[in-house]
Write a protein that binds this ligand. Structure first.
Ligand SMILES: O=C(O)CCC(=O)C(=O)O
Length: 253
């Protein structure tokens, strides 16, 4: 499959996300897992540790127990040709082009990483929009999330709030890290709409940068690996002087 159907395009627009089943072969996933496992073994820089995320329940410092657990292998595009090959996969780029209606650009400032959620030591992530720390002309970016193994409620798989990319959220509904505050009744009503996604190895999730999503802890006994890249349409420029403009981009056509 190299084209999204009109039904898939409508689903993405309505729900703010779309799951593409079995986009990447088992052999390619295994090759990617081998690359990232090797890098994880030696914590090949640049990495982000659990202590760096600042999430609820995360170790306060790198020297605290579990503090040096790698959460993200950063610089995925720069890390290995196989990761580049995936990020620039022509069929993927063609689908993103359909959703943006214009040429596609990979932004290297955001995501551009392999998420590695550790069993026990990997912290949960609250409900948030990826766009919260990103600076572009508009919020229409797409995160592409490749599951390198099974992802579900048992190992900290993603949950989404369908349609939330179109919700108006007041500033007081968010905490200091721009997570939806779980203590507010009106947020609880929103969170109750959460859907836990079940992804298999090689499945790909596309989601709008304003879609609220969250993830739990990994209770499976095995690391979870997911590759995440962020894309924009060619017209949606990063704001000059912002972090979004600072790390370079790749025009994919
Ligand atoms: O795997 C997780 O905990 C969620 C990751 C995530 O949503 C993010 O980094 O934006």
């Amino acid at each position: 499959m190299t084209q999204l159907s009109s039904g898939q395009i409508v689903r993405f627009r309505d729900d703010g996300y779309l799951v593409l089943r079995q986009r990447v072969s088992a052999a390619d996933c295994a090759a990617l897992r081998a690359v990232v496992s090797d890098d994880l073994q030696i914590a090949a820089a640049p990495v982000e540790y659990e202590a760096d995320v600042g999430y609820a329940g995360a170790p306060a410092t790198r020297d605290a127990p579990g503090g040096r657990t790698v959460r993200r292998l950063r610089g995925a595009w720069q890390r290995h040709p196989l990761l580049q090959q995936w990020a620039a996969d022509p069929a993927l780029v063609a689908m993103l082009g359909q959703l943006f209606g214009q040429p596609v650009v990979l932004n290297l400032a955001h995501h551009n990483c392999v998420m590695t959620k550790h069993p026990d030591l990997g912290t949960a992530t609250g409900w948030h929009r990826d766009i919260r720390y990103w600076s572009f002309t508009d919020a229409n970016l797409i995160t592409v999330w490749l599951a390198l193994g099974r992802e579900d409620a048992g190992n900290g798989g993603l949950q989404v709030l369908p349609g939330s990319h179109r919700w108006q959220i007041a500033p007081d509904q968010l905490d200091a890290l721009d997570f939806l505050r779980p203590d507010l009744a009106r947020n609880q009503a929103l969170m109750a709409q959460g859907v836990t996604l079940s992804l298999a190895e090689g499945d790909v999730l596309l989601f709008h940068s304003s879609l609220f999503h969250a993830a739990g802890t990994n209770r499976s006994g095995e690391r979870k690996f997911s590759v995440a890249f962020a894309y924009r349409g060619a017209d949606n420029l990063p704001l000059a002087g912002s972090r979004s403009a600072a790390a370079g981009e790749v025009a994919l056509g």
